[in-house]
Ligand binder design. Structure first.
Ligand SMILES: *Cc1c(COP(=O)(O)O)cnc(C)c1O
Length: 238
């Protein structure tokens, strides 16, 4: 794992390395080649660093903070970037989320879903959303309990400007690889249950960060969210 902020010259090495590891884990766990998408988590990184990674062929980026993301989107308006929102959602931020992002991973309340649905500009087509699930049962973490996924999914299914695409989770750091896998397996099972109950477009599993993406790929991740292993350690907060 990277321990220092990567300078531009190192970004290429880091990105190639992450891509190679994803491919290796797809093989190791008998996943279809290329089935795991890499999202580069660019929080705290300036637009020039995002642009450098974009020029290396990485076109999917994920952001946690709306204001910070909007600045980068404006600076990089000429780039064909697919933007993913992965941070906590306050209801007064939904208008910009609905207008500017391609995917929102952190929907965990019906009220937020309703606002995104109402505020999505029709010309952009339905917004891709994931339900964020709290696998660690900690009060402090965002996300619905596994037992509440079905009712939130049913609500979203009736919203024409939202397309429910799957589930996302940010589990508490686990002690070892086997423990990481067990937690991710619960999310995969919840996703399988949704598909079995008729949510046929609900196939994505957004799990896996720099420290646990092997376990996530072993358990069926389709989107891994990698910051540190691409950009290096984050040294500044916005
Ligand atoms: C920061 C962040 C990541 C990336 O974490 P790294 O450990 O830097 O790879 C992934 N997902 C979410 C929700 C994050 O906030």
């Amino acid at each position: 794992m990277a321990t220092l902020t990567n300078h531009t010259g190192n970004l290429q090495t880091a990105l190639v390395n992450v891509r190679q590891r994803i491919a290796e884990f797809e093989r190791k766990y008998a996943r279809e080649p290329g089935c795991v998408q890499l999202l580069a988590v660019s929080k705290t990184q300036g637009p020039e660093r995002v642009h450098a990674v974009y020029e290396l062929g990485q076109h999917r980026f994920a952001e946690n903070y709306l204001q910070e993301a909007l600045g980068k989107m404006d600076a990089l308006a000429d780039c064909a970037i697919e933007w993913h929102f992965i941070g906590p959602i306050q209801s007064n931020k939904t208008r910009d989320l609905a207008a500017r992002f391609d995917w929102v991973h952190s929907v965990d309340r019906l009220k937020i879903a309703q606002r995104l649905n109402e505020q999505r500009p029709p010309a952009r087509g339905p917004l891709n959303v994931l339900i964020q699930v709290n696998l660690s049962d900690e009060d402090s973490k965002s996300g619905v309990a596994v037992g509440e996924v079905a009712s939130l999914a049913a609500g979203i299914a009736g919203m024409p400007q939202l397309q429910l695409r799957g589930l996302m989770a940010i589990p508490a750091a686990a002690t070892d690889f086997a423990a990481q896998r067990l937690v991710f397996r619960r999310l995969a099972q919840a996703r399988d249950q949704l598909v079995a109950n008729g949510h046929s477009g609900c196939r994505e599993l957004s799990i896996g960060m720099s420290s646990d993406f092997e376990a996530a790929i072993a358990e069926g991740a389709t989107m891994v969210r990698i910051g540190t292993d691409i950009f290096g350690a984050r040294v500044t907060m916005p």
